[in-house]
Design a protein around this ligand. Structure first.
Ligand SMILES: Nc1ncnc2c1ncn2[C@@H]1O[C@H](COP(=O)(O)OP(=O)(O)OP(=O)(O)O)[C@@H](O)[C@H]1O
Ligand SMILES: [Mg+2]
Length: 384
């Protein structure tokens, strides 16, 4: 099928997608190369088809998504990329989509920021069988990333992402809330999360921080736009990539990100779990995205008796393998008002008390462990 890859209302590339493999098999025209997705190179109007295919496929739900196989079976869909085509690749995290050639589809009529959408796909992805006879497969969930079960929902007119926990303790939603509270206390721009229950399971809820005018670009994509020179660390490469698109204050941002991750012992800050925001029309880079996806932290899957909050070898990402090493990348703690965290463990205690999956022993252990992380950070700050 022949499509125009669109960026909001701007045609970017005319291309052909293979119906069964979803590979870009032909590029016919490069219309507005400056609007190509970041990281898809364009040399003299020649685009790397492999890179465009890879970008397109990475828009689909990842194969690692919890429960994906069963969900696809229920929908009668062979591949996540086929599901992606059903919503023209539209997303609630940026403005790219594909318009069938010669169709009269308009972005104004199909985008999910302004138009309502069915929750059929979202409910199936969460593992709830669909009750409706005829499923609507036009959903922003078809293009959502990450391995945890999740769905987009319109709550009081706002686009919100509901995300489940992934392990037997279902702790991640509560972690999102306490991490947001830590960042609120430390005055770090972040995404606000709350917890809601559905069928006796907790879900975190956060509002979409992208609007119909902006794109979220992950650190991963931004860093793929430039080849990393061998002598540069990934840290420096990320800083360089941000600065080359006009962003400033990157080191200050990373100081805060790495410090929060140290505090909460975050194990999953990979390069798709932070990023930057760009204006989709002017292509101007606006700033770092507020910090999101902090749930894979606070010993979310570790049995209580194995929790070692002071261990220097707690696994970390994305720059070093352990938090003990990664915290040394912070340039300055001058901004850190550690006393703003007084009482944070009590707040965590109250939050966890609502969980049916976390018993009193685990709750006490987690709160004590968080307290110890705060004290450890205080010592590190005093030594710096
Ligand atoms: N509030 C939001 N507004 C816009 N886009 C968002 C928001 N929250 C998440 N996203 C997008 O959805 C993706 C998946 O969300 P998130 O990272 O929270 O899920 P996850 O399943 O925990 O991911 P992971 O596999 O990294 O654990 C993010 O990488 C980001 O692109
Ligand atoms: Mg994520």
């Amino acid at each position: 099928m022949i499509y125009i890859l669109m960026h909001k209302t701007i045609p970017v590339v005319e291309m052909e997608l293979d119906d069964t493999s979803c590979v870009v098999i032909q590029i016919y025209d490069v219309i507005n190369p400056e609007h190509l997705p970041i990281g898809v190179a364009n040399k003299n109007h020649v685009i790397d088809k492999v890179a465009l295919t890879s970008w397109w496929r990475r828009r689909a739900i990842p194969a690692s998504r919890d429960g994906l196989r069963q969900a696809l079976e229920e929908m009668g869909i062979a591949l996540p990329e086929i599901l992606l085509e059903k919503c023209w690749g539209l997303s609630l995290s940026d403005q790219y989509w594909i318009c069938p050639k010669n169709s009269d589809l308009r972005w104004e009529d199909v985008n999910f920021f302004d138009n309502p959408f069915s929750e059929d796909v979202g409910n199936i992805l969460l593992g709830y069988a669909s009750s409706s006879e005829s499923l609507s497969l036009v959903s922003p969930d078809n293009s959502s990333d990450g391995w945890l079960k999740k769905k987009w929902s319109i709550i009081d007119g706002k686009r919100c992402l509901l995300k489940s926990g992934g392990h037997s303790f279902l702790q991640e939603p509560y972690n999102e809330v306490i991490a947001a509270s830590i960042m609120e206390r430390l005055q770090i721009p972040h995404v606000e999360y709350s917890v809601t229950e559905h069928k006796q399971k907790p879900y975190s809820v956060c509002e979409d921080f992208i609007t119909a005018d902006t794109d979220l670009i992950s650190a991963q994509h931004l860093m793929e736009a430039k080849k990393k020179p061998n002598h540069l660390t990934k840290y420096q490469h990320f800083v360089d990539c941000c600065e080359s698109v006009g962003l400033t204050g990157v080191t200050d941002f990373l100081d805060r990100l790495l410090t929060v991750d140290f505090l909460i012992a975050n194990e999953d800050r990979h390069f798709n779990n932070f990023g930057v925001i760009r204006n989709a029309e002017t292509l101007e880079f606006i700033g770092m995205a507020p910090i999101y996806d902090n749930g894979t932290s606070l010993w979310y899957n570790t049995p209580a008796h194995l929790i070692k909050p002071l261990s220097p070898s707690i696994p970390s990402k994305p720059f070093k393998d352990t938090h003990g090493e990664q915290i040394s990348l912070v340039h300055s703690f001058d901004w850190l008002n550690i006393s703003a965290l007084d009482g944070i463990a009590d707040e965590y205690y109250d939050l966890l008390s609502a969980s049916q999956y976390i018993d009193a022993v685990r709750r006490d252990t987690l709160c004590d462990a968080l307290d110890r992380r705060v004290e450890l950070l205080r010592e590190i700050q005093n030594r710096a």
